[in-house]
Design a protein around this ligand. Structure first.
Ligand SMILES: C[C@H](O)[C@H](O)[C@H]1CNC2=NC(N)=NC(=O)C2=N1
Length: 91
């Protein structure tokens, strides 16, 4: 089980474009068209399956909101931060 990060650690380690929302970190990615967002969500899903750490995603028109939290630990851990960094590389 990953360790829960404290408020200071979370704030200092948020990857570019991500923000904290309670016990989650979130970023909304913008796209030129709807299906580009759908493809992005698929790529994130494949990464999540590989790492076995899954975000919630809302696929909107030309945007995808991605949210990470560590359900088993009940908060934000290293895994969430590391996955957000990896998702930034996909975006
Ligand atoms: C049983 C539990 O759902 C699994 O161990 C994995 C699956 N993917 C997961 N994803 C996320 N975000 N948090 C988890 O705690 C988690 N647990």
């Amino acid at each position: 089980m990953a360790e829960l990060l404290d408020d200071e650690e979370i704030q200092s380690r948020l990857p570019e474009g991500w923000e904290r929302d309670g016990e989650e970190i979130t970023r909304t990615f913008e796209f030129d068209d709807y299906l580009e967002g759908v493809d992005f969500a698929r790529e994130v899903g494949e990464l999540a399956e590989k790492e076995f750490h899954h975000p919630e995603m809302i696929v909107g028109y030309e945007e995808v909101e991605v949210r990470f939290t560590s359900h088993e630990e009940g908060g934000i851990t290293d895994q969430d931060i590391e996955m957000a960094e990896r998702v930034n590389d996909e975006g």
